[in-house]
Design a binder for this molecule. Structure first.
Ligand code: SAH
Length: 351
């Protein structure tokens, strides 16, 4: 292995410099080498098993105005929906009975769902024994606490970009500091924490991407989601180019080399840009797939970007297609729920 030891150097400056040069080097051979190393490190650290998480996108209502996202509150061309809590729970229970070991509940930042409503849903779903991941955005620490006490295991909240100037331009009225405070709150409450960023955002430079990877490293994430930016025509960034698949794959491989223990999904955004995206992800560092099990009548309305992959199949068909892909790659579905692993490497100094 050529790059992995350098990327695990205890000296941050060495890692940062290495990331900068690997992100600026566009030769295809570099990408192939990184993918092979990422695949090897993935095998050594998290094995061949693929974790399948069923995601339910239960509301597309949102109070925020993120300039890349089709759910932003100024998009009046989108029909908004909210799944009633008992339908959310029912969808989750059916998925658990089908064999899903983790249920992810995701939504816009929608305060219609109160602290108690979400806590009640978590308690009901936890009765089946599945792991529960929440991804419902920025909320007060007391909400995060109540949901953790109700049994939620994990929380996903991407920092989206580590550059505070770019963050401010993309997210009017809020700040990277608030986002990072939420991540610290989640960590101190004992959640397994997932975060990540988009690749190819307008105004993003290779140096910013290197900082994004450094921020993931310093957060010592249990889960990391990195996917390409996809322009949505009804947003202010609608005419910008999408992130490049090759760059997204490079960053995914680097994510594995920087966070060897982490659970990394082959993201939906990647498969939306490339029909082979999930396979490319799983062979280049990823070990998680997240089929979308939102009831089909709502699924197409959770339009964070256009033409999201998987908009029509039923949860059962999606689960089967996911298992088929895993087996085709000579791998197996994980038998365990895929909780976070100890976050130390032989190279990282204990703090
Ligand atoms: N409200 C929740 C869930 C947001 S949707 C939250 O803030 O965490 C989940 C993720 O979709 C976001 O974190 C963002 O990284 C991604 N996303 C949104 N719009 C996108 C776009 N146009 N292209 C690619 N990814 C996008």
């Amino acid at each position: 292995m050529r790059y992995y030891p350098l990327l695990q150097d205890p000296n941050e400056a060495v890692v940062k410099q290495q990331l900068n040069s690997l992100l600026a080097d566009n030769r295809p051979g570099v990408l192939e080498d990184l993918r092979l190393e990422a695949d090897e490190v993935r095998r050594q650290w998290v094995g061949d098993a693929v974790h399948v998480r069923g995601i339910i996108e239960f509301s597309n209502c949102c109070i925020r105005s993120c300039r890349y996202c089709g759910l932003n509150r100024f998009n009046d061309q989108l029909r908004r929906y909210r799944m009633p809590p008992d339908e959310i729970v029912d969808t989750a229970l059916k998925a658990a009975a089908m064999g899903f070991k983790t249920i992810v509940l995701q939504s816009g930042d929608d305060f219609f769902y109160t602290r108690e409503m979400i806590a009640d849903m978590v308690r009901e779903i936890k009765k089946t024994g599945v792991a529960v991941t929440l991804a419902v955005g920025e909320r007060p620490g007391e909400d995060y606490r109540a949901w953790r006490e109700a049994g939620a295991d994990r929380y996903l909240l991407k920092f989206e970009t580590s550059d505070s100037g770019l963050y401010n331009r993309l997210h009017p009225g809020t700040s990277l500091d608030i986002r990072l405070q939420c991540l610290r709150d989640l960590r101190s409450l004992g959640y397994q924490v997932g975060s990540g960023f988009m690749i190819g955002l307008p105004g993003q430079t290779p140096e910013i991407l290197a900082s994004d990877l450094m921020l993931m490293r310093s957060l010592q994430l249990e889960m990391a989601g990195v996917g390409p930016f996809i322009p949505h025509p009804a947003t202010p960034l609608g005419l910008e180019p999408a992130g490049e698949v090759a760059l997204a794959l490079r960053v995914l491989a680097l994510s594995r080399l920087v966070l060897p223990w982490a659970h990394l999904p082959a993201t939906t955004a990647l498969s939306s840009l490339d029909k082979d995206g999930r396979r490319l992800g799983l062979t280049g560092g990823a070990n998680v797939l997240m089929p979308n099990i939102t009831p089909p009548e709502y699924r197409k309305l959770y339009e964070i970007y256009p033409h999201k992959a998987e908009v029509t199949d039923s949860p059962r068909e999606l689960y089967q297609a996911t298992l088929d892909l895993i087996h085709e790659l000579g791998r197996d579905e994980a038998a365990d729920p895929g909780h976070g692993l100890p976050r130390t490497t032989p190279f990282i100094r204990e703090e």
